[in-house]
Design a protein around this ligand. Structure first.
Ligand code: HEC
Length: 398
């Protein structure tokens, strides 16, 4: 794939309005912060039901009573947290799903069924409360976490995640495939997970947590990098948010193994992502932040998508389809203006949607994708649909 730099004139014109950053009067409200913490905690509890239940129950026999009780308790606590979150369309259905999940566990239902239901409930909850589950900036290399891991983690989890006690191992590919990078990240957030004492991880920065998550992913990753053609086949897995949010176990086998490697090597994987795919991913994140009321992050992510994604591909696009390039320039400008002017929410969301679908169109024009199905290029649209709200998303999931 060829990359061009934006021509000097275009770069100048566009940078004029990128870099004139606004001064934000609105900051994220404290209520919003605790709302997100509660939602994230519930998501984490449900994800761990999905992972731990199969270890607690086999056939319909309880193998590990303590672990089994813990799963019941996790669902109860997740339900109580949901009860405290603001009511919205979709919450009542989600509460029903949690009640069903409680019943399934009481009936010692098949592990696969419980796993799927718990993960689906976790995803619905995250979508309903617009939880940002992916960083906007590229994921750091595990090298950034090496010293930290050695000093703070290895005594319990082993140098390579190969602890002597089975419940502390971090290198079992079957278990780790059930967890997303975001799940690893959440384990290291004391407000969301109580696996560790505060002394272990409460002072870590967000970037350090992501670097540790990437490092942990490395313990169960295959040794050999996937063939580059697989990155074309599964473009949503070589960039954010897919790489952070998706659980490998839910993907077809070749995609699963590839994601296990890619998510452990984000820096080496970065060049596999098309800049327009990066732009689309960042637009998705910006829209999530915007809908969640975090306008400052939304703005930042929108600009990042423009600068690190769209502008890299623009010269090529302008050659292929100048009308589309001109339309896209206009749409980025327009959306930015609407956010700055605090235009009505539905107008801004509509502009997000139109821009996103044109970015996807541009991507198709530059390089028709060989991928198909919801894990291919369409995955970005699928993920974008999450932003439209729970209703559409429920329909897509079924
Ligand atoms: C004092 C021992 C101890 C230290 C130090 C420690 N952990 Fe843990 N960690 C645990 C235990 C025990 C669990 C399992 C908790 C549970 O099942 O509730 C766990 C769970 C985890 C999990 C979830 C794994 C799974 O399969 O469910 C991850 C990921 C993790 N730790 C990463 C880390 C990282 C990264 C560090 C360093 C910042 C760290 N831990 C430091 C004891 C420790």
């Amino acid at each position: 794939m060829t990359r061009h730099c934006p021509s000097p004139t275009v770069a100048l014109l566009l940078s004029l309005w990128i870099w004139v950053a606004p001064v934000w009067a609105q900051q994220q409200l404290p209520d919003r912060k605790s709302e997100q913490d509660n939602a994230a905690k519930a998501v984490s509890l449900l994800s761990f039901v999905a992972v731990d239940y199969p270890e607690a129950v086999e056939g319909d026999v309880i193998r590990d009573r303590k672990l089994y009780r813990q799963q019941q308790n996790n669902v109860d606590v997740a339900g109580a947290l949901l009860q405290q979150l603001p009511d919205k369309p979709g919450r009542a259905q989600l509460q029903d799903s949690l009640r069903e999940l409680t019943q399934l566990i009481a009936d010692r239902a098949a592990p696969d069924l419980v796993r799927r239901r718990a993960n689906t409930a976790a995803d619905r909850l995250a979508a309903l409360y617009q939880l940002p589950r992916s960083p906007a900036e590229s994921l750091p290399s595990s090298d950034e976490a090496r010293v930290l891991y050695r000093d703070r983690c290895s005594q319990c989890h082993g140098v390579q995640g190969d602890a002597a006690q089975p419940e502390r191992r971090l290198d079992d590919p079957v278990r780790m495939a059930n967890l997303s990078l975001y799940d690893f990240y959440n384990v290291l957030e004391p407000t969301r997970n109580d696996a560790h004492d505060a002394a272990i991880d409460s002072d870590l920065s967000s970037r350090q947590r992501w670097a540790l998550a990437v490092m942990v992913a490395g313990f169960s990753a295959p040794e050999i990098a996937p063939a580059p053609r697989l990155a074309e086949k599964y473009p949503a897995l070589v960039g954010l948010p897919g790489m952070a949010i998706l659980r490998p176990a839910e993907l077809p086998e070749e995609a699963r193994n590839s994601l296990m490697w890619w998510r452990a090597h984000p820096v080496e994987t970065r060049h596999l992502q098309h800049p327009l795919a990066r732009a689309a991913g960042l637009l998705y994140l910006a829209q999530t932040a915007y809908r969640g009321g975090d306008i400052a992050s939304a703005y930042h992510q929108l600009m990042l998508g423009l600068r690190d994604g769209y502008l890299e591909s623009r010269p090529q696009l302008a050659e292929r389809n100048p009308a589309l390039a001109a339309q896209l320039d206009e749409q980025w400008r327009d959306l930015r203006g609407a956010i700055l002017d605090q235009a009505p929410t539905n107008e801004v969301i509509e502009k997000f949607q139109r821009l996103l679908s044109n970015v996807v169109r541009a991507r198709e024009q530059l390089q028709p994708s060989s991928g198909s199905g919801i894990y291919g290029w369409g995955a970005l649209l699928f993920i974008a649909a999450l932003c439209l709200g729970a209703l559409l998303w429920y329909r897509l999931r079924r």
